[in-house]
Design a protein around this ligand. Sequence first.
Ligand code: MV4
Length: 443
Amino acid sequence: MFSKILIANRGEVAVRIIRACKEMGIETVAVYSQADENSLHAEMADESYCIGGPLVKDSYLNVDAILTVAARAGAKAIHPGYGMLSENPEFAVICEKNGIALIGPSAEVMEKMGQKELARKIAKDAGVPVTPGSGILESEEEALEEASRIGYPVILKARAGGGGKGIRIVRSAEELVPAFRQVRKEALISFSDDKVFLEKYLEGVKHVEVQILADKYGKVIILGDRDCSVQRKNQKLIEECPAPVLNEKLREKMYEAAGNLAAYVGYTTVGTVEFLVKDDSFYFMEMNTRLQVEHSVTEMVCGIDIVEWQIRTAAGVGIDFSQEDVARKRHAIECRICAEDEKTFRPSVGKISLLHIPGGVDVRFDSALYQNYEVSPYYDSMLGKLIVCSDTREGAIRKMKCALSEFVLVGVDNNRHMHMRFMENKQFVDGSYDTGICRKVLA
Ligand code: MV4
């Protein structure tokens, strides 16, 4: 087991990882930017090092600074969290070369599954259903040919895309070439990789993902599934576990497909297979080779600390429980509390003058907030994740409403009233919602 772990991240995920390490008796090293000098994660870690300016390129993405701290502090492993360097294969290779374990799958697997069209091919080879689609589109003519072969609507996707960037739905041939140019341009700017492919666009789908835990001895456990269809501009807002309308037969087929893919590609530690679900069919969308923001809802249902097992499996510890031991009866919901204007959704900054975090049975708020904390403009607007769990979905919705009502956050605008609107929305309440729900609720 690692004696000391450097957390190469900030905010709620850094606090989450530090807590897991403390519970495991592992020493922690935090890195922070000048803007995060008074951050909770820097305060909680055993050692903290300032590694650069507020911009992520100067700090949290500053590989040299992070590895220098790891060497100086004697950290044997680095936990990348999510976002930042967590799916950067070059960083994984550099860590491997420096004899530092990057907590995640191997650099090779991270690289393969991070290229979306290659991941689709691997999924198909592993017997996982994928939507009809193309390879990398080398020209506008090829894009037109492939779109015509597959049939509109199609969705253009950047190979290195993520976070809602490098994706465009195209409904007719006239729109295709301008959209193709736009996605390539956006992908080059955002990911320095303008390779784009396309798929048949499925309307009215649910976005359901399956949580994988795999050790280095071939054991793969499915920890549960999550419905992540409540998204605005490809940013998830609300997630729930399990997905409310999956029938058991479909769920078992999706679990088997996700497990087969993990085994086929030699996956280790924690990962998520994202699917599109429509009626009784499901299709591979992509695989995330890192811890996800929404891992917490799965933990609340299955009672397994996903971060602890991510660290254990990265350190070569075998999974000592079976698939049957994974509880699935309860229901959890997560609302992402963001510092943003309720009407314009523009990020909000300021000093938290009054904070009351909701509590109670199975109510959890994962954040890095504290009274008088200054919310800075440099980073993601998510302040924390409010998670509740109950024996039934109705109970979880009721509990979430109570927790949202109890929440006090004065000093920055936040989206708690928006979340309350979802909890009162008929489509959300009956579980029949799809990825189009935001347009309806927020219209
Ligand atoms: C799709 C899709 C429908 N058909 N692919 C969203 C971002 C990335 N995870 C891929 N995504 C989707 N891919 C096909 N073939 C629907 C989504 C999707 C989505 C798309 C646009 C706006 C919001 C969305 C929310 C969830 C999933």
